[in-house]
Design a protein. Structure first.
Lengths: 392, 418
């Protein structure tokens, strides 16, 4: 099947760092309307401050070393069906000292990366002295086109192909049975893994971004009736408002990446400032008041900027899924409910926040936790809460 | 109003130098095999254009041509509701026919005053034999575009762009005038017709055919019957297909500019290549196989790159319109303008409404239909630029002696004294 595992350390060439600095020194900023706040997009002051730090003060080599220190990384070739060929996949792999720990595949999304496993990694692999909680062996791969994985070369790299890579990687590591955790694209991909490899290999899946479907009389009669007659709770109403806000003001990036990723990509590839703003907007808008430090933001963005495939490659998953039967406008999207156990953790500042009762449409719900704080990047914002849920 | 100041485009050397430096450092993305233009502008096109931009394209030559062909000016216009005084850039060319019809041409996005380039000599042309009417032409750069100042405060909706256009005409002594516009120019000239129609704006013409079906038999009984009984023509059916396609595959820039113009604006202000790709997509997709030369494209993009307020300012009209009471590009509720309306339909615009739908939007007196012409002849979104003779012919027919809008502005109606 796949070739042997090769240890990997991030080591961005000096020439890339030089080019970045040259571009930053020529940065051209737009003007801004008076008192515009965050309404039109990222405020100018934020971008200028981050660019100033990126040009002077921010030390990529120090951050790179920390990542390499904390996250044991590897690469290996994985063969992908559909003519996509052999792809070199980058991943983090850390085993617990607990020999029969649960193998867990963590799948990131956009604009995330393998870095999202950073805080939960030590907690997940941790051994419980009294056997109070389970431990996990953790695998977190960079999706093709992200981080240090190769990017697809051909059109038509679908959700099922990402799922195929995840499954094959686990099998290659000797984990014939495993569980998964994913949000954003990771939610769709782990759902695919559950559909295709569920039962035989994937034994349970957990997501922090559950799909919710309004109940109908035929699909979920009891829920439908309560939807008609019982009032929604305050937090559910907030969830509706949050979802509506996202639909109204926050989907532009989604439509552009789903339809013209290459056009968008020319500017994101050529302008580190542009890429910074593009990603930073989500880091702020999609989190629950998370206190980002400038260096944290810059490390996150640098992973995109220095990625093997370049930032444009990361946008293409939107196009491929949009034009596939998994697209959000596709009527067959929610067919084939996976049968393996599903756990969800719900955070109030996720982009779309359905009532808990609606999430049973996405899978065989056995565990659901609702939290009062946290947003889209749960593993990064609320690592203890997420790990607590997984342990349960 | 302050006085008019003659203007010549003269981009500082430092800006040309900065462009050169950025192009020298350009980083291109990869591209999928056989991607064609499905994922966006093809890489080969961008690379070719960048190569020309670095070596061969001569902005100073293009700049000189623009200054030569289009007499330009600036003047201050006071805008209501606290938006203050904006310095507005415009083209102004009078016909030698003294009683010519004053015409305000309003561009859209990603257009500019350059869209009046080809129709300018034709519109101002005079006919000694009185074969056709002549026009005095004013083509402004909308605030935030070209060499006009940009609004400083939020809330500068198309209503204020309309105010600027109207006040400009008045300041030039054109108490009565007509308008022509497409894209945002359609929205803005419609607002001019609503607010200043009758007293000042006497007729309006658009090349963007929009409308809604006359679904209410009570409000438009005859139209409703017509609509029910008349099947859609082949070009109209093609128009529906095109519109659906556009909404599904090409509307990303629109929603993004409505949602977060500032966020995307950082990339497009900082990367000339990014801006080139962003605009070029529209120039190709929205036209009827117009044979753009590389230099033509680069001149068009340069106007955005070198614009007074920078390219990001040009996106904000989308946000403002979306967040205004119109809730979007155009609101057809709230009544129609009463002044005579003319529409020219071109087959490859992204929206080609049926005539029965267009009739619900105004007092239609003239319709020019180019939709039956074959491809590469019909024309698309940038009608004044792609099909200048056809558009001018339509305007002449609308306003000529015996035409449906003859004499709306003066007794001479655009002709020499006899």
């Amino acid at each position: 099947m796949s070739s042997i595992e090769t240890p990997f350390k991030i080591s961005v060439p000096d020439s890339d760092l030089d080019l970045l600095q040259k571009k930053l020194s020529l940065a051209t900023f737009p003007n801004e309307l008076e008192n515009s706040g965050w309404r039109y997009g990222v405020p100018l002051a934020d971008v200028k401050r981050l660019v100033a730090r990126w040009s002077e003060g921010y030390d990529w080599r120090a951050e790179e070393a920390k990542l390499n220190e904390e996250l044991p990384q590897f690469t290996r070739d994985i063969e992908v069906s559909g003519g996509h060929g052999r792809m070199n996949i980058h991943y983090v792999h850390k085993r617990s000292e607990v020999e029969n720990a649960i193998p867990l595949l963590f799948v990131h999304g956009w604009p995330g990366s393998f870095i999202e496993v950073r805080k939960i990694l030590p907690l997940l692999v941790q051994a419980s002295p009294d056997g109070k909680f389970p431990s996990f062996h953790v695998v977190a791969f960079s999706l093709p086109g992200y981080g240090f994985s190769e990017a697809p070369k051909k059109p038509g790299f679908l959700a099922s192909h990402y799922a195929e890579i995840g499954n094959k990687l686990m099998l290659a590591l000797g984990y014939n049975e495993y569980v998964t955790q994913g949000g954003d694209w990771g939610a769709l991909i782990t759902r695919k893994i559950a559909q295709i490899y569920g039962g035989k290999h994937s034994k349970a899946w957990h997501t922090n971004m559950p799909f919710g479907v309004p109940p109908t009389l035929t699909s979920q009669p009891l829920t439908y009736l309560s939807h008609l007659f019982l009032p929604y709770t305050a937090s559910e109403k907030l969830g509706f408002a949050r979802s509506a806000e996202f639909q109204k003001e926050g989907t532009g990036y989604f439509l552009e990446q789903s339809t013209q990723p290459q056009t968008l990509g020319y500017s994101l590839t050529d302008s580190p400032v542009g890429l910074l703003a593009w990603i930073y907007e989500k880091l702020v808008n999609w989190t629950d008041g998370y206190p980002w430090e400038d260096d944290e933001v810059l490390t996150w963005v640098s992973i995109y900027y220095f990625s093997l495939g370049g930032p444009t490659a990361s946008a293409r998953i939107y196009y491929e899924v949009y034009h596939s039967s998994d697209g959000s406008t596709s009527p067959t999207r929610l067919k084939n409910k996976p049968t393996i156990p599903l756990g969800v953790s719900m955070f109030p500042k996720e982009l779309v926040v359905p009532p808990k009762s609606w999430t049973t449409a996405s899978g065989n719900l056995v565990f659901a936790a609702q939290h009062t704080s946290g947003g889209h990047f749960a593993a990064h914002e609320k690592p203890e809460l997420l790990v607590g849920d997984l342990r349960k | 109003m302050s006085t008019e100041v003659p203007f010549k485009i003269s981009i500082p050397d430092t800006q040309l130098e900065l462009l050169r430096k950025k192009l020298d450092l350009v980083t291109f993305p990869d591209e999928l095999e056989d991607a064609g233009s499905r994922y966006g502008v093809p890489l080969a096109d961008i690379k070719r254009l960048v190569a020309r931009w670095k070596d061969g394209f001569d902005w100073r030559v293009e700049e000189a041509k623009l200054n030569e062909e289009m007499p330009q000016f600036t003047r201050d216009i006071e805008v209501s509701d606290g938006h203050g005084t904006l310095n507005v850039h415009y083209v102004h060319k009078r016909s030698e026919v003294d009683g010519a019809i004053p015409l305000l041409f309003v561009h859209g996005w990603p257009g500019s005053f350059i869209e009046s380039r080809k129709i300018l000599p034709l519109l101002t042309e005079s006919s000694r034999d009185g074969d056709f009417p002549s026009f005095h032409v004013v083509a402004l750069s909308l605030p935030g575009f070209g060499f006009s100042e940009a609004p400083k405060k939020s809330g500068f909706t198309p209503d204020y762009h309309a105010e600027v256009g109207h006040k400009l005409m008045l300041s030039l002594g054109y108490n009565e005038y007509v308008t022509q516009g497409g894209d945002w120019g359609y929205v803005i000239t419609r607002k001019i017709a609503m607010k200043y129609g009758g007293t000042h704006s006497k007729a309006w013409h658009t090349n963007m055919s929009m409308g809604f079906p006359p679904l209410n038999p009570l409000s438009h009984p005859i139209l409703f019957l017509q609509w029910m009984l008349t099947p859609y023509s082949e070009p109209e059916k093609a128009g529906f297909t095109r519109w659906k396609q556009f909404q599904k595959e090409e509307n990303g820039y629109y929603i993004l500019q409505c949602n977060k113009p500032q966020t995307v604006g950082y990339a497009l202000a900082d990367s000339p290549v990014g801006l080139l790709g962003w605009i070029y997509e529209g120039l190709v997709n929205w036209t009827d196989e117009y044979p753009w030369t590389d230099d033509e494209v680069l001149t068009w993009i340069s106007i955005y790159l070198f614009s007074r307020a920078g390219p990001t300012a040009s996106f904000r009209i989308y946000y403002e319109a979306q967040h205004s009471k119109d809730s979007g590009f155009i609101s057809l509720t709230g009544g129609n303008p009463k002044i005579p309306m003319g529409v020219s339909r071109f087959p490859k615009d992204m929206v080609v409404a049926p005539m029965s739908w267009i009739k619900t939007t105004g007092n239609l007196v003239f319709a020019g239909d180019h939709t039956s012409v074959g491809t590469n002849k019909g024309g698309g979104h940038f009608a004044a630029y792609e099909r200048p003779e056809a558009l001018v012919e339509d305007l002449r027919n609308m306003f000529r002696r015996g035409g449906p809008a003859f004499g709306v502005t003066s007794k001479k109606g655009g002709y020499f004294d006899k």
